[in-house]
Design a protein around this ligand. Sequence first.
Ligand code: PLP
Length: 423
Amino acid sequence: MLCSYQSTLEFALEQDQNDVLKSYRDKFHIPQDKHGKDLIYMTGNSLGLQPKQTKAYVNQELDDWAKLGVEGHTQAKNAWLPYHEFLTNSMAKIVGAKPIEVVVMNTLTANLHFMMVSFYQPTKTRYKILIESDAFPSDKYAVESQLRHHGFNEKEGLILWKPRKNEALLRYDDLELLMQKHGNEIALIMIGGVNYYTGQFFDLKRITKLGHQYGCKVGFDCAHGAGNVVLNLHDSGADFAVWCTYKYLNSGPGSLAGCFVHERHAYNKKLNRFTGWWSHDKETRFNMRDAFNQLAGAEGWQLSNPPILSMAAIKASLDLFSEVSMETLTKKSKKLTGYLAFLLEQLGKDVIHIITPKDEQHRGCQLSIQVKNSNQSLHSKLLEAGVLTDWREPNVIRCAPVPFYNSFEDIYNMVAILKTILN
Ligand SMILES: *Cc1c(COP(=O)(O)O)cnc(C)c1O
């Protein structure tokens, strides 16, 4: 595939013509630049674009609320009581899980905490948490606060999987060494399935197997993986995973998050957890005075009746995912990101360094690039020229061409603009 790329606009346009997903770009609102032209939107890793059908889905619930009031719980076109169930099957497909393992609820960091209530059960001798040294700040703050909550020192209790000197990516050899040294002190391994900064996509199964060998629980934050790469959460064997829906899942700012709990824990009523009436058995939930009866599966971690308007936006997006499999999406994604890498490499190694893994098995659509002698002004100049990328201190530009709505033409134009700015 690599050697057949060409550095011409004609080539890019031809790829778009032959793209089986080409009709999908028009199903999204593409933000405009100040001249009223489509922005080259490379920040779907941060906030995915709005499907055009989202408004109708949200309006449906607003209308039913206006017409029906409380009766909407059962009488709305999409009844609100079981509304989260309408999302489960398609969400489970996206992350490679069984329906019983998946629920949409709360927000991402909240879910991470609720999962740690169940899967971070420290003892005097086994209490440490292992994360990537460059974990997303919210994840780091969350695990630190869990350590403190259980009376441990957050510095001493945290073990960091670090890249080697002058490297950006993490190596499994180093993780194995860490485990040999500390495995018996570690209660939980919590890794970002796709690292937000480098774009490195980890081998979830390998990490899980290693963690379980040492008796640790293993969980993943898949915020940058869900809707971006094929995750196979069930097969990975992970104890839990969490992700948000506003990045690659295009469900709107701050929208509800996803949660995976492996089937092996589905019926374990002894597992410690925080509960609310939505964790209680559905059949008897409204008897109200019954003793608590734990709902099976991931649903059993819900607390509250959920915000339907946010779920309507998620449904609008997941219905698009249901039309197109993750396999089809990632097939285009690999071609698109491969093209971006190809064009960036043409700019020369002395100018551009891509820190994301070269091997497409170890990355999703995002490329994190370092541009020699650049600072945040490069990001501003790109925006001025109609290219929206994402700047991360100290010196990385993240670009995430999304197969649903980005085109080969976007990629070609973006690199052409970058080239002009650099000259
Ligand atoms: C985006 C992201 C978050 C954000 O957390 P919220 O609770 O949704 O604000 C946390 N962790 C990771 C790894 C992320 O990519």
